[in-house]
Design a binder for this molecule. Structure first.
Ligand SMILES: Nc1ncnc2c1ncn2[C@@H]1O[C@H](COP(=O)(O)OP(=O)(O)OP(=O)(O)O)[C@@H](O)[C@H]1O
Length: 302
């Protein structure tokens, strides 16, 4: 549904997108993550056909979204970072106006109900909260029954319940075969929704793959306390002194390291106090990338 090869975009001397490659298949949710200014919106705008690429190639539904705008636009839905609705119109009027410009439009009541604004049709746009405006944005993006939906930071300003409702809606749409390209700063949102994700930094994809593959980028951590008098050097796996007098083991083979530790502890008759073993979170991977900057560019996915 989306194919990106060697994609580049520049503003004057500044190259904001520096050679991206990725593919999104039908019915997949693809999340594009990254630090502020990494180039996510610049990339998404090229996919949406809002600007021409300065290098490389984009195909959406098999077409160039900029040059073949008339073939692509009726089949995609866009939720930009800012909507810009006429403030004096009501929610219902806004949705009707949009439906009037849209091919294959859903009934307005249906679009508004999908995002929980069914009872707010008579309220003026200027009276909506920030989160409600984003929901109206989402309703309009869904009006044309899009095959590909672009969501640029869709749940910014949503309360926790509205965010969960939006996630559920995205899952339903995905199950109906809609392909979703999402940018977000909420890593939990990416973990919840993404089938594939890519983390950008300084215009490049630094790591990509399924959430599990991306999380495997950083080592898992095992922490515990040792009884007094047992030196760290006696352990069967490499370990260091961690915070609060606890021992820290960082490992890329969690099951093996844990098994070795537990067998050793049993044989020695030692109790590992408050044992805690966990995989890296997406947040740890993200912070690792933000910290190391752009020193290495690599892909997890073969
Ligand atoms: N119209 C523009 N003219 C000049 N530079 C721009 C323009 N739009 C974006 N940039 C620059 O390009 C880079 C990428 O910006 P972009 O908005 O794509 O990042 P982003 O990943 O979406 O960031 P954020 O998470 O903050 O929304 C930034 O350095 C930004 O300052």
């Amino acid at each position: 549904m989306i194919e990106v090869n060697g994609l580049r975009r520049r503003y004057g001397d500044h190259e904001a997108v520096r050679g991206l490659d990725f593919t999104v298949r039908r019915g997949e949710v693809f999340a594009l993550l990254g630090t502020n200014g990494a180039g996510k919106t610049s990339t998404v705008e090229l996919l949406e056909g809002l600007a021409p690429a300065d290098g490389g190639q984009v195909r959406v539904l098999g077409h160039d979204p900029y040059l073949d705008r008339f073939a692509v636009r009726p089949r995609i839905g866009l939720m930009l970072q800012e909507g810009g609705f006429p403030a004096e119109l009501t929610v219902g009027e806004t949705a009707r106006m949009w439906a009037g410009c849209t091919t294959r439009a859903r009934p307005v009541v249906e679009s508004l109900s999908l995002v929980g604004l069914g009872r707010r049709a008579d309220v003026r746009v200027k009276q909506l909260s920030g989160g409600e405006r984003r929901r109206l944005d989402l309703a309009l993006a869904l009006t044309g029954r899009p095959e590909v939906l672009f969501l640029d930071e869709p749940t910014t300003g949503f309360d926790p319940q509205a965010r969960r409702d939006a996630w559920e809606l995205v899952r339903v749409l995905r199950d109906e075969g809609v392909t979703v390209l999402l940018t977000t700063h909420y890593l939990e949102e990416a973990e919840e929704l993404a089938d594939q994700l890519a983390i950008m930094n300084e215009g490049r994809i630094v790591v990509s793959g399924t959430p599990a593959e991306v999380m495997a980028e950083q080592p898992a951590r095992i922490r515990f306390g040792l009884p007094a008098g047992v030196p760290i050097g006696a352990l069967p796996v490499p370990a260091v002194a961690g915070e609060g007098g606890r021992v820290l083991v960082e490992t890329r083979e969690m099951q093996r390291s844990l098994t070795e530790l537990l067998l050793w502890a049993r044989d020695q008759g030692i109790e590992l106090a408050a044992l805690d073993a966990r995989s890296a979170t997406l947040e740890e991977v993200f912070l690792g990338i933000a910290a190391r900057g752009n020193e290495s560019v690599r892909e997890v996915v073969a």
